[in-house]
Design a protein around this ligand. Structure first.
Ligand code: ZN
Length: 130
């Protein structure tokens, strides 16, 4: 077997099915000067989409380095909600991650960032899920 064929086999063996994604979170980060924008975005999300809005965290919590709130949504909402966030995040940094049951991989290897990439405390997740 040629080297390129070996690489293809390995690639297919390591593919993960999206059926392993149970739901998604979007984490909307904010600071003192962006809290009002985050509040407006939160109202719009709640009005437009079938989402579960988590409470405000006014400082770092868990693996998250800044104040944020969490938006939970099902897989069928992703295709309408995430493009809407791309166009309407008004400069806010947003982390979108799958929920597969592997919190470390969901946050460290497989997240989608809108805006700035923030350093998450992955060690916290490793400790809390081990
Ligand atoms: Zn989350």
């Amino acid at each position: 077997m040629r080297q390129s064929q070996v690489a293809c086999v390995v690639f297919f063996m390591e593919t993960h099915s999206v059926k392993g994604i149970n739901s998604y979170h979007a984490h909307v980060y904010y600071g003192g000067s962006t809290r009002a924008a985050a509040a407006r975005l939160r109202d719009q999300l709640g009005a437009r989409f079938a989402v579960e809005l988590g409470r405000w965290h006014e400082g770092p919590v868990g693996p998250h380095p800044l104040a944020m709130y969490q938006v939970s949504f099902t897989t069928d909402v992703f295709a309408s909600l995430v493009p809407w966030l791309m166009l309407n995040r008004v400069g806010l940094t947003i982390l979108v991650h799958p929920n597969t049951g592997d919190e470390v991989a969901d946050h460290a290897a497989n997240p989608l960032w809108l805006g700035e990439v923030l350093p998450l405390d992955i060690a916290y997740l490793r400790a809390s899920t081990s």
